[in-house]
Write a protein that binds this ligand. Structure first.
Ligand code: FES
Ligand code: FES
Length: 213
């Protein structure tokens, strides 16, 4: 029995529960708790690796895409749809550079199975101009503040930082310094530009409240 045959046989034996186990291993505990097992796409044939068509709602638009159970959301965004604003610096859930919002909660897209995002509201760093959208309003303010305060240096980490900052200000419009540090703790900046990042978030919060920086 070769490796692929073994994997197929194992997956078929495990069925849907087994696929849920794969998601648990590939993702993190938070995302697994949020998504019920029944959202795992079922196959119409016996091939657990078959493409499934799902609808991803990204920045206010619906995209019909084919995904395998093992496809991560980051791959679909960047390689499938050309939404390359979302980065993939480490591709193993360590840096936060691939962060996107799913129902206004920040998630690392490199470890988030694409099929689990189906039917949810996905916002990427490109989603700053959706009309009448609270997320867009905050994201736009954060991006402008980033320019104002030099939030980026090489900018490799910035899309992820900006999305985590947007999630913070959506849930907490007036965060303290400690709350900012806690909310941003999953986002690594190799350039060490943390002072600029924090200043950007504080300025965005001020501007959103009608104040001046
Ligand atoms: S690329 Fe996803 S956490 Fe680093
Ligand atoms: S600005 Fe260079 S990694 Fe953050």
């Amino acid at each position: 029995m070769n490796r692929r045959t073994f994997l197929k046989t194992s997956a078929i034996s495990a069925g849907v529960v087994g696929l849920g186990g794969i998601a648990l291993t590939a993702g993190n505990t938070t995302t697994v708790v949020e998504t019920p097992t029944e959202s795992v796409p079922t196959t119409s044939n016996s091939d657990p690796f078959a493409l499934q068509t799902v609808t991803l709602n990204i920045n206010g638009k619906a995209y019909e895409v084919g995904v395998e159970p093992r496809d991560m959301l980051n791959n679909i965004l960047r390689d499938g749809l050309g939404l390359i604003g979302t980065k993939r610096p480490c591709n193993r859930g360590e840096c936060g550079g691939c962060t996107v919002l799913i129902d206004d909660v920040p998630h690392m897209s490199c470890t988030y199975p694409a099929f689990r995002a189906a039917g949810h509201n996905i916002i990427t760093v490109e989603g700053y101009n959706m009309p009448s959208s609270a997320e867009s309003k905050v994201l736009n303010a954060v991006q402008l503040a980033w320019v104002q305060e030099d939030g980026g240096q090489c900018s490799g980490c910035q899309p992820g930082q900006i999305m985590s900052a947007t999630a913070l200000l959506l849930s907490n419009p007036n965060p303290t310094l400690d709350e900012i540090k806690t909310a941003m703790s999953g986002n690594i900046c190799r350039c060490g530009n943390y002072a600029g990042i924090i200043a950007s978030i504080q300025t965005a919060a001020l501007n959103l409240q009608g104040g001046s920086a």
